[in-house]
Design a protein around this ligand. Structure first.
Ligand code: PLP
Length: 374
């Protein structure tokens, strides 16, 4: 059997990791400014994280969601404490797409409405509902396309208000910062208008913080910079530091009925052990603060380089839009300087490193970037 072709692969296989570094089979060391696609939050193979996972694996790896699981309760308390939404309720699942599916399903149940409003260029995942609110015709099959989803341009307040005024929409779903599209931020005015219009017309505000959440921007969730509160927030990626876990947190005003949401694997013992240790490490090592500090440092050092057409983003979610002529820079960073970065189209380099990155690591990147663009 061969693998089904999904991604165009780089000819490199990382087999070992530590902190912000990975090593390939030949022992070549790479600086990881990609974080395995914004997933590695507390660093590769953090000893405390490993101890938590291996100790739980030796006790109980899995049991059904039909019985009590105090690890889920502990996770809910710790997440509530660190994320700034202590009174919200937690539902656990396995991925970002699943988190968004559950968010939209819940909004539809709660409002009795079937439509969801989304933003152009958005990416919310690849399962049916999540891809339906993803503005990418290449990955949306005829099966996923539905009249229940409408798109408005990101930051277009007039379109947003006009759509929600129809009172047909259960929710509007917005990324904390659009990642896959190349790091585009919703403005303060747009998010505040979304909050107000949801209030006025009976819709719910869903913030997708799958990529921008978990402290990456220096705030636990990117939207918190603007003091706006969402009704449902989806997350995944950094929550498990590589162990698959997804989650939504839910406004307590939204009542659950038994059977409305469910999952076999979501919130299993190993996933909870991983996420609990991630939150503990984030707190103990001040990783949110570090994300803000090293992120600002990187942005400052990149300013003025002629290869940089525009710098976007916040904290450790940085988009470097390249000037024409630098389309192969990402490949050169990897193959010549052994630095992993993320991409977005041909001309945006995305920096999504582990939140434990140091200024010394940032300097290594800046030196390599300057050398390749001199
Ligand atoms: N939402 C956002 C903003 C994402 O960036 C992603 C993945 O890149 C997803 C949802 C989907 O997450 P997953 O791949 O875990 O299903």
């Amino acid at each position: 059997m061969e693998l089904f072709k999904t991604y165009k692969l780089w000819p490199i296989e990382p087999v070992k990791g530590l902190g912000c570094r990975v090593w390939d089979k030949a022992g070549v060391e790479y600086l990881d400014l990609y974080g395995g696609h914004a997933v590695i939050s507390v660093g590769h193979c953090h000893p405390k994280y490993l101890a938590s996972l291996t100790s739980q694996a030796g006790k109980l790896g899995f049991y059904s969601n039909a019985v009590e699981n105090s690890l889920q309760v502990t996770l809910a308390h710790k997440l509530g404490e660190i994320c700034g939404y202590p009174d919200y309720n937690l539902f656990l699942c396995n991925s970002g797409a699943e988190a968004n599916e559950n968010a939209m399903k819940l909004a539809s149940f709660a409002t009795g409405r079937s439509k969801v409003l989304a933003c152009t260029k958005a990416f919310h995942g690849r399962t049916s509902g999540a891809v339906a609110v993803t503005d990418n015709p290449k990955i949306q099959s005829p099966f996923n396309k539905t009249p229940n989803v409408e798109f408005i341009p990101l930051n277009d307040i007039a379109s947003l208000e006009a759509k929600l005024a129809t009172k047909e929409f259960a929710a509007v779903i917005i990324e904390g910062i659009q990642g896959v599209a190349g790091i585009w931020e919703p403005t303060e005015a747009f998010l505040k208008a979304a909050r107000a219009a949801c209030e006025k017309y009976g819709s719910l505000l869903i913030m997708d913080e799958v990529q921008s959440g978990m402290g990456r921007t220096g705030f636990f969730y990117a939207h918190q910079k603007w003091g706006v509160k969402a009704d449902i927030i989806s997350m995944a990626k950094g929550l498990g530091n590589g162990f698959p876990i997804g989650a939504i947190i839910i406004n307590p005003a939204l009542e659950a009925t038994y059977g409305m949401l469910g999952t076999t694997f979501g919130g299993n013992h190993l996933a909870c052990a991983a996420a609990i240790s991630v939150l503990d490490i984030m707190k103990e090592e001040h990783l949110m603060e570090n994300a803000a500090e090293v992120g600002n440092y990187l942005m400052d050092k990149l300013k003025g380089n002629k290869a940089v057409k525009q710098l976007r983003g916040r904290g450790l979610m940085i988009g470097i839009e390249l000037s024409p002529g630098y389309e192969n820079l990402r490949d050169r960073l990897l193959f010549e300087k052994h630095i992993f970065t993320g991409g977005a189209g041909a001309n945006v380099i995305r920096l999504l490193p582990p939140l434990c990155i140091t200024k010394a690591d940032a300097d290594i990147f800046i030196k390599s970037f300057n050398e390749l663009t001199a």
